[in-house]
Design a protein around this ligand. Structure first.
Ligand code: MD3
Ligand code: FE
Length: 216
């Protein structure tokens, strides 16, 4: 099923169901991009982007930081949500009200009316950066969806089933796209193919992805 939110021309947002429970709101974040970027500047000043280590000791290609009551970290002990940024030893920056509003509005539009995120992970991809196939299962309550906002350079997102070797589908995520993953889609394997260098007029030579979660 594929229907438009507004009966207008091509840059208007439209809704696509990728998988039962996985809703792609094309261009939904476009009106909010400048506000989001200003908020990100302030977050980066408090908790800078950095490369974390995998439990195996390798450096993760994607740079990340977090805002909200807890942030996702990774080190030799594994992945977990913490109330303090291990780099600054201070609390993560609070989640901007505009962030929360965008995420909960997108969730509501997708059928998840009680989404209450306590964490937003901010991922930055430079050209040639990829994210290997994985599941997001470090959160306490899988009935809460995950909402992801893509900004800047496009990326090919891949998603499969509940088994690592299930058949994969691909979808390009573009500037302003918002994806809501809930219900039967919440535990699907997913990843991001190597991002191509394709500078974006407003965001530059990077792709930024915000993922909103209920972690605790
Ligand atoms: C499907 N990030 O941070 S966002 C991640 O573009 C992550 O940075 C990717 O996967 C990125 O964990 C993908 C889309 C996404 C996020 C969470 C999901 C898809 C998901 C959770 C379950 C299923
Ligand atoms: Fe993920």
């Amino acid at each position: 099923m594929n229907y438009s939110l507004f009966d207008e021309e091509d840059s208007a947002p439209w809704i696509e169901e990728l998988f039962p429970g996985a809703i792609l709101l094309h261009r939904y974040a476009l009106p909010h991009v400048k506000t989001l970027m200003r908020c990100l500047d302030s977050i980066y000043q408090q908790s800078p982007l950095r490369q974390m280590k995998t439990p195996g000791g390798r450096s993760i290609a994607v740079h990340n930081t977090s805002c909200g009551e807890v942030g996702l970290i990774s080190d030799v002990r594994g992945y977990r949500y913490t109330p303090l940024d291990p780099q600054t030893k201070a609390k993560w920056p609070p989640m901007p009200e505009k962030f929360r509003e965008l995420a909960t509005d997108a969730a509501k539009l997708s059928g998840y009316s009680n989404f209450n995120p306590d964490s937003c992970l901010i991922n930055r991809y430079l050209p040639e950066t990829k994210l290997s196939l994985h599941q997001d299962k470090d959160e306490a309550d899988f009935t809460q969806p995950i909402v992801s906002v893509s900004l800047g350079m496009p990326a090919v997102f891949v998603f499969g089933g509940l088994q690592r070797n299930d058949k994969l589908s691909r979808v390009t995520l573009e500037h302003g796209d918002v994806l809501v993953w809930g219900g039967d889609a919440r535990l699907l394997f997913h990843g991001v193919l190597s991002v191509k260098r394709q500078p974006h007029p407003l965001i530059g030579t990077q792709r930024i992805n915000l993922t909103f979660r209920r972690a605790m």
